[in-house]
Design a protein around this ligand. Structure first.
Ligand code: ATP
Ligand code: MG
Length: 565
């Protein structure tokens, strides 16, 4: 592999209480956003310079392992050097121009980070996609995005070729592979040969940088456009990043590369802070691999979706002693308080929750110094003014349920997406009065902590009671028989709709009498939450339908209940 030979740094220093404040030196202190900003030249190349000047510890910028002995460690300087070579491949050899779109579907390999930085250097717009995409998903993405280039590996190249459709826009196919493939250029060979001198383009702060397809939890994935400013510059100006890291930290994000959580927590935010990004290429989400990695490497911070923590607490953690882990973060879905408590009991560590969206990046978070209120997503993330609003966009007082919204007038805050591409009607539906509305419902308490109730469509209305599925799911999970639960509304002649739970049983409970279990679980929910929320209907299933990012697709369960397929 090309990059593996590069840059073996000395073992990173262990985290100490010494405070590194150099990173403040390129924090933006002006009142207004600059006209031009480019994450590669304005952040990464500055770190590279600071390394040269001895102002950054010798922690790598990127530390990758494959679990089979393969390892890559790059300093910011090496990252700069290699990404400039890739930038030359994209612009000189592939003829891509600023503003062109490139679909990048790569597993967690260093080339994903190189492709991202190279796109920044050239002003090419990157569209990350997860490797779990099928041929049909790729077809959809190529067609709607009009991408001129696709970068992928041996695993997915056959799927692209099988489509056997001419894309009028697609000019180049690049494969990250040790062998060649007909019709494809070899990414690794080309960039090994390419020159390393490259001048970063001067991008305007509102120039597009990344286009994401949403998770598609509620329908077809939408193309969300972010700019140099909304994703790259936002953490530079934020008074505090939601991630509290220093250049001594080593952050491991387990999320897939196709998800915005990866760009934010495996690239942009940690590199703003000069921290090391740790990557395990994890072909499968194997919990013992994750636990062993935390035991063997000096990872200080871990971020993942709640399912990661849900699965980890099912393991006997007593035989693992984490080397340096201090800081755990969960985001992307609600985190069950029970999981948070179990994790604390078993590891002594807190889990800090973050709430975000493809459209808005981080919206709320619990930061390190804050009091943790289990079940709450914390307070508004800088620079957002987050409020709970009603259908007429009136701000609601603490305790009242409404839609979670971000104030966009008189000025749209840095961080919000610019548009759903080719869908102005859909973009317009996200604006209501002075607010951008998230489509999520919740409440704010008097301490300005936000509490998630559910996606607007998921909230159940039974006999006039409004019930958030997550609360019922969390109550069910507290029972040892339940590994996972998905809760939706189900038709009922008397009440209009009632609560129905789809339950995945924990190992060891599969052979239990299901009728008895149903009654036991119903009693359990009545005990631990308001009794009216208990699931009147229950079905035991082997697994729950999920999006490729691991979120429960409640709409699919609901459609089944209501007879819509
Ligand atoms: P689509 O918009 O295509 O249906 P999606 O909304 O799942 O997909 P994402 O942008 O990946 O796509 O997910 C954002 C949503 O995930 C939020 O709007 C919210 O519903 C949910 N979410 C994220 N973080 C949290 C959290 N900490 N607590 C509760 N919900 C969360
Ligand atoms: Mg959404």
């Amino acid at each position: 592999r090309g990059p593996t030979a590069q840059g073996r740094a000395a073992a990173p220093p262990r985290r100490t209480s010494r405070n590194f404040s150099q990173y403040e030196s390129f924090r933006w202190t002006g009142q207004e956003s600059p006209e031009y900003f480019n994450f590669a030249s304005d952040v990464l190349d500055k770190w590279s310079q600071m390394e040269k000047d001895g102002k950054r510890p010798s922690n790598p910028a990127l530390w990758w392992i494959n679990g089979r002995g393969g390892e890559v460690r790059w300093s910011f300087e090496e990252l700069g050097f290699l990404s400039k070579k890739v930038a030359n491949v994209l612009s000189e050899l592939c003829g891509l121009r600023r503003g062109d779109r490139v679909i990048v579907i790569l597993p967690r390999i260093p080339e994903w980070w190189l492709a991202n930085v190279a796109c920044m250097r050239t002003g090419i717009v990157i569209i990350p996609g997860t490797t779990q995409l099928t041929a049909k998903d790729i077809l959809y993405r190529l067609q709607v995005s009009r991408a001129k280039c696709i970068i992928t590996t041996d695993t997915l190249a056959p799927a692209v070729d099988s489509l056997a459709i001419e894309y009028p826009f697609l000019q180049t196919k690049l494969i990250v592979s040790e062998s060649s493939r007909d019709g494809w250029l070899n990414f690794t060979e080309l960039y090994n040969m390419a020159p390393a001198d490259h001048t970063c383009v001067k991008t305007k702060i509102q120039d597009p940088m990344i286009v994401y397809f949403t998770s598609g939890t509620t329908g077809s994935p939408k193309m969300v456009e972010h700019t140099q400013g909304s994703l790259g510059f936002r953490p530079v100006v934020s008074e505090r990043s939601f991630l509290e890291l220093t250049p001594l930290d080593i952050l491991w994000n387990t999320a897939d590369t196709g998800w915005i959580l990866s760009a934010l927590s495996s690239l942009l935010d940690p590199w703003i802070l000069g921290s090391c990004v740790f990557i395990h290429n994890l072909p499968q989400m194997e919990m013992t691999t994750i636990l062993n990695t935390l035991t063997r490497f000096p990872i200080t911070a871990l971020i993942g979706a709640p399912t990661l923590f849900r699965m980890l607490v099912q393991h006997d953690l007593t035989s693992y002693k984490f080397m340096s882990l201090q800081y755990c973060i969960s985001g992307g879905e609600p985190l069950n308080p029970e999981v948070m408590e179990q994790w604390k009991i078993k590891t002594g560590l807190n889990i800090y929750e973050v709430y975000g969206q493809t459209e808005a990046g981080w919206i709320c978070s619990v930061s390190k110094g804050m009091k943790i209120k289990p079940g709450s997503m914390g307070k508004a993330a800088h620079p957002y003014d987050v409020q709970i609003v009603d259908e007429n966009s009136n701000v609601l007082p603490p305790g009242q349920e409404g839609e979670i919204a971000i104030r966009i007038k008189p000025e749209k805050p840095l961080g919000l997406f610019s548009q759903y591409i080719d869908n102005p009607e859909k973009t317009a539906t996200t604006e209501r009065g002075d607010f951008y509305v998230t489509g999520d419902r919740g409440t704010m308490d008097k301490d300005v902590y936000f509490w998630f109730l559910g996606r607007a469509d998921d909230v159940i209305n039974s006999s006039g009671y409004r019930i958030g599925p997550f609360e019922v799911e969390s109550a069910l999970i507290e029972h040892p028989a339940v590994a996972e639960a998905g809760v939706v509304s189900s038709p009922d002649p008397l009440r209009g709709e009632v609560v129905k739970a789809f339950v995945v049983l924990s190992p060891g409970y599969a052979s239990h009498n299901q009728e008895k279990l149903t009654l036991e679980l119903q009693e359990h929910v009545k005990k631990v939450t308001a009794p009216y929320k208990y699931p009147r209907k229950m079905e035991f299933v082997q697994q729950l339908p999920k999006t490729i990012t691991g979120k429960i697709r409640r709409n699919e369960l609901r459609n089944k209940e209501w007879g819509q397929v």
